[in-house]
Design a protein around this ligand. Structure first.
Ligand SMILES: Cc1cc2nc3c(=O)[nH]c(=O)nc-3n(C[C@H](O)[C@H](O)[C@H](O)COP(=O)(O)O)c2cc1C
Length: 180
């Protein structure tokens, strides 16, 4: 099973990125978590560019989603909203067949950030993602600059993350994507 990890932060040292890297370390047997690294290279969404031959970076994004059994999204909140870079990537996926019915979970690193997760729920539902709410994970990382190894070594954080991944993998196994 292959899960694609999409981080909404472009920072080099990012808590959301660390959480997703820790997910890769803690993935159950048979589950691979692959980071999507192209967020900063996507052009601004423009329907005029969304032709039969879209920009190469967009094709890569869509292929990465299409090759995945599920999606992990971890994102900061900026000014009570979803970071523009992440919303831009999602906009490129709106009309893409690869995205339809993709099992998706949110990995939140700041329990105090309530607006961006609420908006992501609304956006992803509108895009016909399949949100697996029972597997959503919240890790209290705000003010704790932990890297992936430190998250994976922390019993509480690791347990929360591994538990969410196990529930997510089980939900996907029970109901794979419609195109699988
Ligand atoms: C410009 C800016 C605006 C922010 N606005 C909010 C906000 O509205 N609500 C919130 O909870 N955190 C806000 N934050 C804090 C970030 O969401 C938080 O630092 C996040 O953990 C950073 O994620 P990262 O380490 O993955 O980059 C803001 C940070 C920045 C830089």
């Amino acid at each position: 099973m292959r899960l694609l990890a999409l981080c909404g932060s472009l920072r080099a040292v990012s808590s959301n990125s660390a959480a997703l890297q820790a997910a890769a370390l803690l993935a159950p047997a048979g589950v691979e978590v692959v980071a999507y690294g192209g967020l900063a290279g996507l052009p601004h969404f423009n329907p005029d560019l969304d032709t039969d031959a879209p920009p190469a970076a967009v094709t890569s994004l869509r292929e990465a989603v299409g090759a995945s059994d599920g999606l992990l999204i971890s994102s900061p909140e900026y000014a009570h909203g979803v970071p523009g870079a992440l919303k831009n990537a999602l906009d490129w996926l709106v009309a893409s067949l690869e995205f339809h019915d993709t099992p998706t979970i949110l990995v939140s690193t700041s329990p105090a950030s309530i607006h961006a997760p609420a908006q992501l729920r609304e956006i992803l539902t509108t895009m016909s993602a399949r949100l697996v709410e029972a597997a959503f994970v919240t890790l209290p990382l705000r003010g704790r600059p932990l890297d992936a190894a430190a998250i994976a070594a922390d019993p509480e954080l690791a347990s929360a993350l591994a538990g969410g991944l196990a529930r997510f993998a089980a939900a996907i196994a029970a109901q794979p994507r419609a195109d699988r």
